[in-house]
Design a protein around this ligand. Structure first.
Ligand SMILES: Nc1ncnc2c1ncn2[C@@H]1O[C@H](COP(=O)(O)OP(=O)(O)OP(=O)(O)O)[C@@H](O)[C@H]1O
Ligand SMILES: [Mg+2]
Length: 441
């Protein structure tokens, strides 16, 4: 039996029955009789609207595009308030950083919108691999509110840090934000150093132009190493996991937009499995909604949620077979360390950087004396090592695919992990316990 069959078999056994198709079957598009909006509380539409309803689910739970509408942005009120305060009011530059898919672009876009309303000009751009300073900032010049005749922009040669600084200071009087997304793609040390210099120069020269960098990072050290004094001028906003209630609200909203409604235990199961990630909440919620929709129901039940989680896991395993194989192998060899492996996944979903010390502390909180000491932690790390990378400081490990920890935890939960009630709980593991007990698989 190959890994994918084993995974299916395994999940089937644990979920108590048929987990359904591996990938939802495609329905032929059938033009709706009329494009009437779907409203909650109506009877399930007749057959011709099936494709229409499925499309409504795909649209509502869409994971392919960042949120641009503030009402669709869940759980980021504090972050937005802090950014407005630091950037719009205190006129600092900013860095928005977090794991892949954590919601950086969504936060940056909605923040740009708010800044725009507050009277700033907010311009949005994106870095690409190998870009230098000219490549990063020249694309903004077309839309920059430059005063007439303020400066000439050389068309035939790249501009340097000083030239950009002069142009921004002398040519722009209107409060302007340049939002540079995907800054992590800038890997050249020299360019990062130059960007840091530009930020510092703009601050020192009281420029009306401020820079907001957005990128994948576990911490801000890489950028600040060049200019430690930047800490005073740069506001760093991490993009952290979202609170349970806010994720539940997001799921309710998406379901409502698709003309469906979640039952409470279904929403809680998905929120638990998403571990603070709006991306995973949307993916899991979409599969659950498709399950209800396929059955012609408007209410998404716990069974739909469980089926949705299994479908999402099966889909992920097809799209990411190497990572799935690593996890499957680790779990097959883990024995009594399955709980520790799940814990590593939960911790990484909360904050990507895993260290021996962090895993040890959380392991002691969760499993007490039964953890098995440092040797057990070492063994846990070595089991999942092929899925980890050590990019930052020595000993700072991260899942190479930062979207994978939630799927790892699902795989363990599929095996029926049930930690005991009476163990002491520290802050770092509070949600881990709730999660490991709460998914209900
Ligand atoms: N606060 C939020 N509320 C609702 N949905 C969100 C939120 N943040 C992110 N999402 C959803 O999660 C997915 C990923 O979001 P986004 O593209 O903003 O993440 P990112 O961190 O910029 O990803 P990447 O690292 O790939 O650039 C999108 O489908 C988006 O709609
Ligand atoms: Mg992004």
């Amino acid at each position: 039996m190959g890994w994918s069959e084993r995974l299916q078999h395994w999940l089937r056994g644990l979920l108590g029955g048929d987990t359904g198709r591996r990938i939802p079957a495609r329905l032929e598009y059938v033009a709706p009789v009329e494009d009437a909006p779907i409203s909650a509380g109506r009877a399930a539409p007749a057959q011709p609207n099936i494709a229409f309803r499925r499309n409504a689910v795909f649209t509502a739970f869409n994971t392919a595009v960042p949120v641009s509408d503030r009402h669709g942005l869940a759980g980021r009120k504090k972050e937005l308030a802090r950014l407005v305060d630091a950037v719009v009011k205190q006129r600092k530059h900013a860095l928005i950083y977090g794991a892949r898919g954590s919601g950086k672009t969504s936060l940056a876009r909605v923040f740009g919108d708010l800044a725009d309303e507050a009277g700033c000009v907010a311009l949005y751009g994106s870095a690409s691999e190998g870009t230098d300073v000219d490549g990063l900032f020249r694309p903004f010049l077309d839309e920059l509110p430059l005063q007439r005749g303020s400066a000439t922009i050389p068309a035939d040669r790249p501009m340097g840090v000083q030239q950009f600084a002069n142009l921004f200071v002398q040519g722009v009087t209107q409060h302007t934000l340049l939002i540079v997304d995907e800054f992590d793609r800038v890997t050249t040390e020299r360019t990062r150093h130059e960007v840091a210099s530009l930020l510092k120069l703009l601050t020192d020269m009281h420029s009306s132009v401020q820079i907001v960098l957005v990128g994948i990072a576990g911490n801000v050290d890489g950028l600040l190493a060049a200019h430690p004094s930047l800490r005073r001028h740069l506001f760093a906003q991490p993009v952290a996991p979202i609170e349970r209630d806010e994720l539940a609200g997001l799921l309710w909203l998406c379901a409502q937009q698709a003309g469906l409604a979640f039952e409470e235990d279904a929403v809680q199961a998905i929120v638990s499995a998403a571990i603070g990630s709006p991306y995973h909440a949307r993916v899991f919620g979409m599969h659950a909604a498709l399950s209800a929709e396929a059955a012609g129901r408007e209410r998404i039940t716990l069974a739909d949620a469980q089926k949705g989680l299994a479908e999402a896991l099966a889909e992920w395993s097809e799209l990411t077979p190497d990572m799935c194989t690593v996890f499957e192998r680790a779990l097959s060899q883990a024995g009594s360390l399955r709980g520790m492996i799940a814990l590593a996944g939960v911790l990484a979903a909360h904050a990507p950087v895993l260290t021996f010390e962090r895993l040890t502390a959380a392991g002691i909180d969760l499993f007490g004396d039964e953890l098995g000491g440092p040797a057990a932690v070492d063994r846990t790390i070595s089991l999942i090592a092929p899925a980890l990378s050590e990019d930052g400081m020595p000993g700072e490990l991260q899942f190479a695919d930062s979207l994978s920890p939630q799927f790892l935890v699902l795989m363990v939960n599929g095996a029926g992990l049930r930690p005991r009630e009476a163990l002491p709980v520290a802050r770092d593991t509070r949600d881990a316990r709730a999660l490991l007990q709460g998914v209900g698989l």
